[in-house]
Ligand binder design. Structure first.
Ligand SMILES: Cc1ncc(COP(=O)(O)O)c(C=O)c1O
Length: 425
């Protein structure tokens, strides 16, 4: 499908008059639309909850909008737990889906009443140690069945190569031990393929997890009350990609539920998701201006953003569509490499990308940057992270995070009197 930004050139220039480029811009209306579509797709399951993967877009304004739409938080670290709490998300509305987890994060999660999702069998002992034996009533475990994961179109994931999760026998052992320790309710979590383009990923995953839940119930006598399908639903980064059909996905999970869980007398199981990319990627873009042009063996457009603001193209060679604002209807007849300023040749947002004739001063909108975009930012070369702005439903713009300054960059030298003045510049 043709990709158009959610904002036009005049509107965006007006935003730039107040906030200098580069910045990430999020569309509140689209965020709410997506949350509502997901909740509608799973409304057949009364306990359904999306635990938004905070790592995708860890901004309290975004998390709060999602909380208003009924979403909880999936947190990976203690810092993300703090962010969730600051947004008023507490108790079982938080899921700690972490790995290689330090004891203090388990304590923090338990204090908040969060659901704890254990990534490995040895974490049972860690949890007992961290919580002084006072385990929560409900604990979730992350399973990794190994092998490959296939959709109807072939292999889409390689769980065997992933560091995450425990084997099926380990999960059974974890459940037995946790039950002996007084845990009464169990969850099963798995994330077996990423950025999936097929509508059958969740339905196939859920069927596997439902069958495992029935087995755990029958063999161990435990109550499995929660199936966490985690993240992994993809987005149409390329115009030729098909967007996920969330209603069809919800329906596919419902069919598996009715075929596997209901006949086993397990029709009380709650489903949850931890979507990050699907929830937020299309609702955000990176806005940047062309500041240089260089014609050598390629035609380069130098922009004022760099991989520090969006590193997916640099590390995964990921495609992000680019719109030259105001030239949406001009023919894309020239091949450009769109590059940032880092001293790394992979700091390129696009290679040989066909765009309309583009000149210094043009504004570019880099699509689908709303998830795993700003949040993966880093400071290599002293590059500073940009602001984040929210395009509100009423058409106003709100800065929801200011741009970093050099004082932020130097802030962690504040204990050393020789350099602490840098932190004030
Ligand atoms: C445990 C966990 N849950 C959810 C997500 C979100 O995944 P996605 O953005 O693909 O939906 C991730 C992503 O890394 C994850 O590690």
């Amino acid at each position: 499908m043709e990709k158009r930004p959610f904002i036009n050139k005049d509107q965006l220039e007006a935003v730039c008059a107040e906030y200098p480029t580069p910045f990430h811009l999020y569309d509140e209306a689209e965020i709410r639309r997506r949350a509502r579509a997901l909740n509608a797709a799973f409304s057949w399951n009364p306990g359904f909850k999306e635990y938004f993967a905070v790592k995708a877009t860890p901004n309290p304004w975004i998390v709060s909008i999602l909380a208003e739409e009924g979403c909880g938080c999936d947190c990976a670290t203690g810092v993300e737990l703090t962010l969730a709490e600051a947004c008023g998300v507490t108790g079982e509305n938080i899921m700690l889906s972490s790995n290689d987890t330090p004891d203090e994060d388990y304590r923090h999660a338990a204090e908040l009443g969060a659901i704890i999702n254990l990534d490995s069998l040895d974490m049972v002992d860690c949890l007992v140690r961290a919580l002084d034996g006072k385990l929560p009533k409900m604990v979730c475990c992350r399973v990794n069945p190994g092998g490959t994961f296939s959709s109807a179109n072939g292999i889409i994931g390689n769980p065997q190569d992933a560091k995450f999760g425990m084997t099926v026998p380990q999960l059974m052992e974890a459940f037995s031990r946790l039950a002996e320790l007084g845990v009464e309710d169990f969850g099963i979590h798995a994330f077996l393929a990423s950025n999936t383009q097929e509508n059958d990923y969740y339905p196939r995953l859920s069927r596997q997890l439902f069958e495992l839940a029935v087995r755990a119930h029958e063999e161990l006598g435990v109550h499995v009350g929660l199936i966490d399908l985690s993240g992994g639903i993809g987005v149409d980064y390329r115009p030729e990609d098909a967007a996920a059909d969330i209603a069809a996905i919800g329906e596919g999970v419902r069919e598996a539920y009715e075929q596997v869980l209901v006949p086993a007398g397990m029709g009380d199981v709650r489903i949850c998701s931890e979507l990050g990319r699907w929830m937020l990627a299309p609702a955000g873009g990176l806005v940047t201006r062309v500041i240089h042009e260089k014609l050598t063996y390629k035609d380069y457009l130098g922009v004022d953003a760099c991989a520090a603001n969006l590193m997916r193209p640099a590390i995964y060679d990921a495609y992000h569509h680019i719109t030259v604002m105001g030239k949406e209807d001009e023919p894309a007849e020239r091949a450009y490499n769109v590059v940032g300023r880092l001293c790394e040749n992979n700091d390129q947002f696009a290679h040989d990308r066909m765009l309309p004739l583009t000149t210094i001063g043009d504004l570019l909108f880099i699509h689908d940057a709303g998830a795993h975009g700003f949040s993966m930012g880093y400071n290599y070369n002293g590059a500073l992270r940009s602001a984040e702005l929210l395009w509100r439903e009423d058409g106003s713009v709100q800065q929801i995070r200011r741009a970093e300054t050099s004082a932020d960059y130097f802030a962690t030298f504040d204990a050393d009197p020789r350099f602490s003045s840098l932190a004030k510049k």
